[in-house]
Design a protein around this ligand. Structure first.
Ligand code: SF4
Length: 314
């Protein structure tokens, strides 16, 4: 999987002057950090449906016909349908993406807690109409808001999903077989364990139940549950559990001094005095010396490019 993955991006976050006020909301940190490993495909749904820049801003309002996107000054100016339709019209390139970063709070692009107005009151309960359609049409596509990606735990979850989605799409295109799903699961077992023991066990049972007749049903259930599980942020406790698990593969191989070093580093990580990268460096080093087939296959130790620098912040 060497090719550069493409991520959709709300155009204003890339610095394009497409906002209602003629400005942008460039997120230089996001562009720099994610730009190390991804290409961006920018898109502004409001400009794409023919709205001018600058323009009258829109907002979401409740109505008997459901939530509508209307002008803030003139509520007869209604762009609900064009905003919904634009996602369908753009399907061809959206399906080549591996993820999408959207602008928070926008009545078109926001993913959660977008203000919805009822008479003169507002409540942060809505989703931008473009993003709502995006998620409906591509339920497995990883979508996140730029604001949430400032949190390294949520960023890790998003990047994990991007790569899992990409790997699964490649597997799907090459033709799903029981062996390929089993191998995929082996790669993700430890990643799943770091997030949710219940899903880890559930997915293990699903894999064990594959037969020639139910393979497409199980494959669908499997990837739905896997992507939902990767959405759950991993906790220190979850990672510590995996570190102990991996330690089990080395305890008869390492001299006492190295075992102590590994346990000490893992404990320091558990109590928040060291980042996750510290025990992971030791594990990668020891597993280079003491090879193990399961470990060579697992993605826990190398889920995505190190250049992203996320494990330093976890
Ligand atoms: S519609 Fe989306 S991309 Fe366009 S300006 Fe608003 S938030 Fe940015």
């Amino acid at each position: 999987m060497d090719k550069q993955l493409i991520i959709g991006l709300s155009a204003c976050l890339a610095g394009e002057k497409v906002r209602f006020d003629g400005g942008h909301r460039k997120d230089a940190t996001l562009l720099e950090e994610m730009g190390k490993c991804f290409e961006f495909r920018t898109f502004c749904p409001e400009v794409a449906i023919g709205m001018s820049t600058p323009r009258e801003p829109i907002r979401l309002v409740t109505s008997t016909a459901g939530i509508q996107a209307v002008g803030t000054r003139d509520n007869r100016y209604n762009v609900t349908e064009p905003l919904k339709q634009i996602t369908v019209q753009q399907k061809a390139w959206i399906q080549t993406l591996s993820g999408y970063v959207v602008k928070k709070g926008s009545p078109s692009c926001g993913m959660e807690r977008v203000k919805v107005y009822t008479e003169n009151r507002d409540s942060p309960t809505g989703m931008g109409l473009f993003t709502e359609q995006l998620i409906q049409l591509f339920p497995l596509l990883p979508v996140e808001e730029e604001g949430r990606l400032k949190n390294p735990v949520l960023l890790d979850s998003f990047i994990q999903r991007i790569y899992a989605y990409q790997r699964w799409n490649e597997l799907d295109k090459s033709g799903i077989t029981a062996y390929k799903i089993f191998n995929f699961h082996m790669q993700y077992k430890m990643v799943l364990l770091s997030r949710c023991q219940k899903s880890y066990r559930e997915l293990g049972r699903l894999i064990a139940a594959i037969t020639r007749d139910n393979i497409s049903i199980i494959a669908k259930q499997y990837i739905n549950t896997l992507m939902a599980t990767l959405k759950k942020p991993a906790t220190r406790g979850g990672h510590f559990n995996v570190l102990q698990h991996l330690f089990g593969f080395l305890k008869n191989q390492l001299p006492d001094e190295e075992k102590q070093q590994l346990l000490y580093t893992a404990e320091k990580y558990r109590i928040g005095e060291l980042p996750l990268i510290a025990p992971l460096i030791l594990l990668n080093m020891y597993f280079t010396r003491h090879k193990h087939r399961f470990i060579e296959n697992t993605l826990y130790l190398k889920p995505y490019p190190i250049e992203l620098g996320i494990y330093k912040k976890l």
